[in-house]
Design a protein around this ligand. Structure first.
Ligand SMILES: Cc1cc2nc3c(=O)[nH]c(=O)nc-3n(C[C@H](O)[C@H](O)[C@H](O)COP(=O)(O)OP(=O)(O)OC[C@H]3O[C@@H](n4cnc5c(N)ncnc54)[C@H](O)[C@@H]3O)c2cc1C
Length: 495
């Protein structure tokens, strides 16, 4: 028999978008945050460069190839300063100049320095501070190691969510559910995204009937460390913002011939250029012309992480590769984060507000996660009271939990991990930086075949629902890419 519980609000995910929606909602009732792994397992924790915080409407739209929702961009830009102030007020220590003003830096496609940061630990600093505020908030409870697996919906209204705790399914009911499950980078062989980034929230919303949009626009970060682990270490754009240059295998620069902004051209342009150069040999990022002191003070985290992997930012050019980094599309929302399902909200990377258009401007995603999750405060008045939720809980919430003996389970875990690897390989090969019509058709066929294989694996274990989410989202990306015949932004079709 499943167990049912009732909350005011349920937030799925503990990155910037989930934590800030929980803090915002805590003024209106009790909030439960559920998160798949540990609280800090998130892209937010890994963010290095910073957060854009100044009038950058034009640059956002230029980077997004005019595919952006202008109203959403205006909302983002208008609220940027307030978001930084809120983070500072909560305790985030952004780097400051001697006069107390925040230090600002350049990143790709920004027309002037406007990225505020906490050295190159910006995301870690934000995540730690938000978690500390959540933990100290009496109205918020956080459950770790609790993956959400399915939305409970009725007549296009979301009533709650199914989760796994110790592999046992529980049904939780609430006035509203917020999806803040992050991105999809783990669908690709090479990615900067953490292991949690398997697109679960998008798959759940899609299966419940929510509209999904702009899935073809996957941003590939130009400079991840060419190394053999997943996720790959990101070498932040801030390095190029501080003047680091790209060199090909014959140690010649190549970006000036390709774009007037050279190394700071939009990410899709730089990624494709590196991708082409890599056909001839390794490509390198080089910041050795800066002093040791500068490098260690500005990039302590990156220098340290490189050292751990046997590379020296001060002494050598660093081999790099583009890697899947950010999803511009996702669950379609309005400016308040409302999805097309009643009482279901989506914020952060899993949401498609339309802010990023066909390509994200660097440092806009932490900001998006902050700004739009604030908007939920204006929606609480329209939600059903908790008493109605309690009354509407169906008496019969029993489900049958499939039981398999341990041997069979092990076999299925191995099988689902193999399928994950296949998805990552084929997405990288056919639905990656450069796509072709034939390649997309091949990807679709292979994914459909894998989807059939997964059906026989159905089980209540994290790896099973994850692989199912991955294939669902991989198909959404592939189908969206097939529909858009002409190249636009991060979606590049080579005929
Ligand atoms: C290496 C790296 C560097 C970056 N640098 C920058 C930068 O400098 N500036 C910038 O603006 N952006 C940057 N980004 C992008 C930015 O960090 C992300 O877009 C942003 O943090 C996403 O926040 P989020 O809250 O939407 O998702 P996340 O921070 O990824 O959080 C998602 C949460 O959802 C949880 N979750 C997922 N599935 C489930 C499930 N089924 N059940 C329960 N919980 C679930 C996860 O465990 C996690 O807690 C970077 C990204 C990476 C990977």
């Amino acid at each position: 028999m499943q167990q049912a519980k009732v909350f005011d609000f349920i937030v799925v995910g503990s990155g910037i978008a989930g934590l800030n929606s929980a803090l915002t909602l805590s003024s209106f009732g009790k909030v439960l945050i559920i998160t798949k792994g540990k609280s800090t397992d998130s892209s937010t924790f890994l963010a290095q460069g910073g957060i854009a915080a100044d009038s950058h409407q034009q640059d956002t739209v230029a980077a997004g190839y005019n595919h952006n929702n202008i109203k959403a961009v205006k909302q983002l830009v208008k609220s940027g300063q307030a978001a930084i102030e809120k983070l500072s007020h909560l305790g985030v220590q952004f780097d400051k100049q001697k006069d107390g003003n925040l230090v600002s830096s350049y990143e790709a496609a920004h027309s002037y320095p406007r990225i505020v940061h906490a050295t190159d630990f910006t995301g870690r600093e934000i995540e730690k501070v938000l978690i500390a505020n959540v933990v100290n908030n009496k109205n918020i409870t956080i459950w770790e190691d609790t993956p959400a697996i399915e939305l409970i919906t009725n007549n296009n209204q979301c009533d709650g969510i199914k989760v796994l705790m110790n592999n046992i399914p529980y049904t939780l009911f609430s006035r509203a559910v917020v999806l803040a499950t992050g991105g999809v980078g783990q669908l690709y062989k090479l990615t900067t995204n953490p292991l949690i980034a398997t697109g679960d929230g998008i798959a759940m919303a899609y299966k419940a009937g929510a509209k999904i949009k702009d899935m073809e626009f996957i941003q590939f970060h130009p400079t991840a460390l060419l190394y053999d682990t997943s996720p790959l270490l990101l070498l932040s754009e801030a390095l190029r913002g501080e003047g680091a240059l790209l060199f090909n295998s014959t140690y010649k620069r190549f970006m000036q011939k390709i774009h007037p902004l050279a190394e700071l051209a939009p990410r899709d342009v730089v990624s494709r250029a590196i991708f082409q150069e890599m056909k001839k040999g390794n490509v390198y990022l080089d910041i050795r012309f800066k002093t040791k002191n500068f490098i260690l003070k500005r990039f302590p985290n990156i220098s340290h992480e490189l050292k751990k992997r046997g590379f020296d930012l001060i002494m050598q050019p660093i081999p790099i590769t583009p890697a899947a980094h950010f999803l511009c599309g996702g669950i379609k929302t309005d400016l308040y984060g409302r999805t097309t399902i009643k009482n279901l909200f989506a914020y952060g990377e899993c949401a498609a507000t339309g802010v990023h258009g066909a390509n994200r401007l660097a440092s806009n995603s932490l900001l998006e996660g902050m700004v739009f999750s604030e908007q939920i405060q204006y929606c609480v008045k329209d939600l059903p009271p908790k008493s109605n939720v309690v009354k509407s809980i169906p008496r019969d919430t029993a489900t049958i939990i499939p039981t398999l003996n341990v041997d069979t389970l092990d076999k299925y875990v191995i099988q689902s991990n193999e399928i994950k690897t296949q998805i990552r390989e084929l997405m990288w090969q056919y639905v990656g930086i450069v796509r072709t019509t034939n390649g997309l058709t091949t990807a679709q066929k292979k994914l459909r075949k894998l989807q059939k294989e997964i059906k026989i694996l159905q089980n209540t274990r994290t790896s099973f629902f994850e692989v199912e989410a991955m294939v669902t989202v991989a198909l959404l990306i592939t189908k969206a890419a097939q529909k858009r015949e002409k190249s636009l932004g991060t979606h590049y079709v080579n005929e």
